[in-house]
Design a protein around this ligand. Structure first.
Ligand SMILES: [Zn+2]
Length: 338
């Protein structure tokens, strides 16, 4: 609808011209950012995020983004959970996540679940809320995660915009006949330290959550969402050294020219021996070393997104952010494990 004649028109034209200038700048930024002959730098990444040049951001995440929530990186032998499983005399610690062992001795995994789920009251981290912010801005294509802690959902990321490749504690089934079983009953058994068994009296197989065990097929959702990774114009890999297959092959799904950024305490080189995506060389790659939340907060500040971020961030992080800054000001900042 056209505006009425009179002074309102002048205002309207002024607004329109301003918008046109903004759009032209955005277009220019998009051209610069996506000119693949230019080496990707942190400054260019920020320019691309700020200007909206990246429109299909794909994010791959791992345990490193949940560490600050207090959730243990359970694949790491140092996380403390394995030491609590000593009484079960596991042939190898990893056996707790193998189906054959579970069918015979489900007790160890139930104990693991009890320890792991102590974390269920934890809040998603600032890094999770950054992913949510990209969702609000319509820039998030997909977040593929190796984590089973469900913090994506807690941060308000839509179910169709994330994929828990290694499953979750969101559903439970019999490990022998696949019968769907009651999730709350499973959780209750875990808490009480008893084994929940299939309701089929002939089967009586132990019930397991949809957490993916070694050798099991990944979450079927993974295959469905995999093609979305290919459409990335920016790949952000956060809080993972990409040590676990087949998840660590995902960066190879994007074009070589696609800007690919690793935000992690350590390079993937160390973990892979050079057999996976190298973020430290090549014009389209960038490695930003540091704690996920710190790097993400810096990116948000440099993009000028702090006000929007604060709006979706829960109170607990605002306080924690403040006290952390105080602690660091006193030189009490302590390095944390990835
Ligand atoms: Zn069964």
């Amino acid at each position: 609808m056209r505006p009425e004649e009179g002074s309102a028109v002048g205002e309207y034209v002024k607004l329109l011209n301003q918008k046109k200038r903004e759009w032209a700048e955005t277009l220019e930024d998009r051209k610069t950012v996506l000119d693949h002959s230019i080496k990707l730098t942190y400054e260019l990444l920020i320019k691309g995020l700020r200007s909206g040049a990246y429109k299909n951001i794909v994010i791959l995440t791992g345990a490193g983004i949940s560490v600050s929530a207090g959730i243990p990186d359970f694949r790491s032998p140092e996380c403390g959970i394995y030491s609590k499983l000593k009484e079960y005399n596991l042939p190898q610690p990893e056996d707790v996540f193998t189906l054959d062992y579970f069918k015979q001795h489900p007790e160890a995994f139930y104990r693991f679940s009890k320890e792991f789920n102590k974390a269920s009251g934890y809040e998603a981290t600032p890094t999770h809320y950054f992913i949510r912010l990209l969702q609000e801005k319509n820039l998030l294509r997909i977040n593929m995660t190796q984590n089973i802690d469900n913090l994506e959902e807690k941060a308000g990321i839509n179910a169709d915009l994330f994929c828990q490749a290694h499953g979750s504690y969101n559903a439970a089934h019999c490990c022998k006949c696949d019968k769907i079983m009651d999730l709350d009953a499973f959780k209750q058994h875990v808490n009480e330290g008893t084994i929940y068994r299939c309701s089929d009296e002939v089967c009586l197989g132990p019930v397991k959550p949809t957490v993916v065990f070694f050798g099991e097929q990944l979450n079927p959702d993974f295959d469905i969402k995999l093609p979305l990774v290919h459409s990335a114009d920016l790949l952000l890999v956060i809080g993972t050294s990409l040590a676990v297959q087949p998840f660590n092959l995902l960066p190879f799904l994007v074009d070589e020219q696609t800007h690919s950024v690793l935000i992690n305490l350590e390079s993937t080189k160390k973990a892979s021996g050079g057999s996976i995506h190298d973020f430290e060389s090549g014009d389209a790659n960038l490695f930003i070393q540091g704690k996920c939340d710190d790097v993400i907060r810096q990116i948000i500040a440099d993009c000028g997104w702090e006000a929007e971020f604060e709006k979706i961030l829960p109170e607990v992080h605002k306080k924690r952010g403040a006290s952390r800054q105080e602690a660091e000001g006193l030189g009490a900042g302590k390095a944390q494990d990835q």
